[in-house]
Design a protein around this ligand. Sequence first.
Ligand SMILES: NC(=O)C1=CN([C@@H]2O[C@H](COP(=O)(O)OP(=O)(O)OC[C@H]3O[C@@H](n4cnc5c(N)ncnc54)[C@H](O)[C@@H]3O)[C@@H](O)[C@H]2O)C=CC1
Ligand SMILES: O=C(CO)COP(=O)(O)O
Length: 340
Amino acid sequence: MTVNIAVLGAGSWGTILANLLVENGHHVELWGNDAEKVAEINEQHTNKHYLPDFKINPQLHATLDLDEAFEQVDVVLFVIPTQVIRQVAEQIAPVLAAKQVKPVIVTASKGLEQGTHKRISEVLTETIPVDVRNGIVVLSGPSHAEDVAMKDITTLTAASTDLAQAEWVQEIFMNDYFRLYTNTDVVGVEMGAALKNVIALGAGALHGLGYGDNTKAALMTRGLAEISRLGVAMGANPLTFIGLSGVGDLIVTGTSVHSRNWRAGNALGQGQKLPEVLENMGMVVEGVATCKAAYELAQQRSVEMPITTAIYNVLYRDCDIKTEIGNLMQRSGKPEIDFN
Ligand SMILES: NC(=O)C1=CN([C@@H]2O[C@H](COP(=O)(O)OP(=O)(O)OC[C@H]3O[C@@H](n4cnc5c(N)ncnc54)[C@H](O)[C@@H]3O)[C@@H](O)[C@H]2O)C=CC1
Ligand SMILES: O=C(CO)COP(=O)(O)O
């Protein structure tokens, strides 16, 4: 089966997924917003800013032109930062309408929209009318671009309320090192994907401050407890949080030097200030914006999220990290399992 795929976002994850899809035998157009980088991909077959040592398959074509990207399109894959998804989706909707194509929309981005607190599939549902698209599938799981570049064995979840569309996407992406599972719990998959980035910031900060393994395990486990609590309040199946898009992605993001969120947290723990950290990263650190959205959502829903609140206090109120850790430890004793 050869499928026509437009990948939106020529950063680290978009480039690696587009490359994988080409090597799976599909026709892929990678849409970018930076003329120099698009030319580099087409002429040098590299994208050095995001993937310094990676050689891109010469069959991958990049473009700045949405008309070209959508010339023939069965799947549109979003791999851009969460906070620009609404704007780009509004930009592509009339192009899809003019082309009279009805692609399946897939998102591999992870986050919550600031202001509205919406999940990405909700933003896409609002902005791309049903008459110009097929279903929406969410792709998520423990998957750093740097490891997929090495063809390291990687597992993900394809989630959709329409199981047949999730299965179709599963088939498009699967190969001997990339394995997908399906799930119909879109809420749980998206909430796990978005919120683990916030906890990864905290895990990095603990590392930067010199805390040991016990503390990091405590943060990730109790972090998962509050991710599940908010997720269940939003309608998720609690079992999804022990799957790839929950604990799986929390492990990879909360322990890896490849994680932008972990690295940003590590730099904060070492005493750098947030603007400097983000400036130095040069890539999206999704947990920062999502932390604010999650904090506000938890307040609205009266869901207790003490770790997210502590991270919010550090990021948005310039509070001292060690004081926030001390405050977490001063809380009264709690039962371990509590979804109320
Ligand atoms: N890097 C990774 O290993 C993984 C990333 N993700 C998710 O994928 C999403 C993208 O992440 P990365 O590729 O790492 O980010 P990145 O920072 O490497 O690349 C983002 C890309 O989006 C482009 N972009 C930004 N605004 C745009 C706009 N208005 N129009 C068009 N393009 C625009 C940038 O030019 C850049 O090419 C994030 O939500 C991230 O959480 C998910 C799994 C793995
Ligand atoms: O989601 C990811 C890995 O599964 C990527 O995480 P970072 O954005 O922190 O690098």
